[in-house]
Each structure stands twice: as structure tokens, then as C-alpha cells.
Ligand binder design. Structure first.
Ligand code: DX5
Ligand code: ZN
Length: 250
């Protein structure tokens, strides 16, 4: 299994060793380096912010592939969450790749700030991007992974302009804004439709109401990155929840 092992500040980035083959890579786009198997992406939105380091240790030990960071601006969604300062602290603490989900009306203004804070991949909402190709181009210039996502009410066809050039599409399986909501079963058809639009190299992430049961439904439709907040960090047994998720998607 791939792991990020050692850190060395080199200029503006760091270098990590990869266990299988000890190849070295510059910090940045994690998606092509992760194993083809399903990736578990615990969402730090559900963490206790006073104990987030300890909770990162737990999900890392339980096989998290990336950490999912939910950024909300109280405009695109009604809620406020974390900003670049949080990402910077997490970046200093862990070598897990940071998968940053921007729920912002104006993602273009904030991409550099999150990149500078240590994001490895940034996903923006297609509803907020007047020119998705330009946003993706900027993410590429910064050496980051690029993802695009859409609200449950936005049809998959809205992805057409962006989908060819991204590493990942995130299908929201709840209305973005809050953790702890119920999985929307009517998103399963959309997951299958989006998988049909993607190349094999591209990841299909699901986010919202994910637990062992709903993750298995999504896996059967082609999802391969599973964001889970409440199920993993909502107060129960972290290792047991991660194990159940892993079994459900393997
Ligand atoms: C919701 C966020 C999710 C959230 C998921 O807007 O995008 O990442 O953390 O939380 P759960 O897993 O509790 O539904
Ligand atoms: Zn999210």
C-alpha cells in the first residue's frame, strides 16, 4: 500500500517517499499516485477541532488515503467552516494528502491561498465557475490535483465543459453545507452516469451520508473515493468504522 513517509522542506514544497518502490515525488496532485483501489477520505468537518491531531492519527492508522477538508463561505452554502489557517495547521501535522472541497461562491479568489496553505488537490463547484477551464489551468500551474463537483440538483451534463481535464469528479450525495445528513438514494443513477462520462484514470468521489451501506451502493455504480465525516469521526469507534467502510468497498 502506498504511504507518504518522510518530509523534507525543499523550497516551496516538500518531498515524500512512496513505500512501494521508494520513488520520490514533489508535493502536489496525489490522485495518479494513489493505488487504483478504493480510497477512504475522512472529512475533518466532523472532527472535534480541539482534538483534530489525535483524530488524524486515528484515521491515518486506519488506512485513510487522503483527508477531506470542507471549506464553506456562508454564501454558496449557509454554513461557515474552516479556512486556509486550518489547512496550514493540518499540513504541518500530517503527510496525508489534503483533498480540499471549496464550497465558495468565488473559488478563483481563494485557490492560491489554499494552495499556499498546503492543499494537494482542490475541488470546486461547477455552479460557481464561469470559466472552469481557467480554474483547472490555474490548479495545474500550481501543481495541484483538480476536481469538479456539483450539487444534487445540478444535472451531470453541467460537467461537460470541465470533465475532460480533471483528476476527479465529486458527486454530492447530500445538499452541501452540513455534515450528518441522510444519503440521497436518488443520486445513485447520477453516480453511474458520471462514471460513464469518465476515463479510467479519473476518480469518482462521493460525499454526504456515506457509511458502509451507502458506500457499497456507490461502489457498485463506479465510485472509488469515499468521503465520510460523521460515520468515521462522529464519536464512535474510528478504526471499526474505517474497517467496515473498507470491507464495503473492496
Ligand atoms: C457537506 C460536506 C461533507 C461532509 C460530509 O457539505 O461536503 O464533506 O463533511 O459529512 P457526512 O459524512 O457526515 O455526511
Ligand atoms: Zn465535502
Amino acid at each position: 500500500m502506498l504511504q507518504y513517509l518522510e518530509w523534507k522542506p525543499t523550497g516551496r514544497g516538500w518531498w515524500a517517499s512512496v513505500l512501494n518502490g521508494m520513488q520520490r515525488m514533489e508535493r502536489g496532485n496525489p490522485w495518479p499516485l494513489l493505488p487504483p483501489a478504493a480510497v477512504l477520505a475522512p472529512s475533518l468537518l466532523a472532527s472535534d477541532f480541539c482534538r483534530v491531531g489525535e483524530q488524524i492519527d486515528r484515521v491515518a492508522a486506519a488506512g485513510a488515503g487522503v483527508l477531506h477538508v470542507d471549506v464553506m463561505d456562508a454564501h454558496f452554502v449557509p454554513n461557515l467552516s474552516m479556512g486556509p489557517g486550518f489547512v496550514r495547521s493540518v499540513r504541518r501535522y500530517t503527510d496525508l494528502p489534503l483533498d480540499v472541497h471549496l464550497m465558495l461562491t468565488d473559488p478563483a479568489t481563494y485557490i492560491e491561498r489554499f494552495a499556499d496553505a498546503g492543499a494537494d488537490s482542490i475541488t470546486f463547484h461547477v455552479e460557481t465557475a464561469a470559466d472552469p477551464a481557467r480554474l483547472i489551468g490555474r490548479l495545474r500551474e500550481l501543481g495541484l490535483g483538480a476536481g469538479v463537483t456539483l450539487r444534487p440538483g445540478t444535472p451531470a451534463e453541467a460537467l461537460r465543459a470541465a470533465i475532460r481535464d480533471v483528476d476527479l469528479v465529486l458527486v454530492m450525495t447530500v445538499e452541501p453545507g452540513y455534515g450528518g445528513q441522510e444519503f440521497m438514494g436518488n443520486m445513485l443513477a447520477k453516480i453511474a452516469a458520471v462514471r460513464g462520462m469518465l476515463e479510467e484514470r479519473q476518480r469518482l468521489e462521493v460525499d454526504g451520508g456515506i457509511n458502509a451501506e451507502t458506500a457499497a451502493w456507490c461502489r457498485a455504480r463506479g465510485a472509488d473515493v469515499f468521503v465520510a465525516g460523521t460515520d468515521v469521526l462522529g464519536g464512535g469507534d474510528v478504526a471499526a468504522a474505517m474497517r467496515a467502510l473498507r470491507e464495503a468497498v473492496t
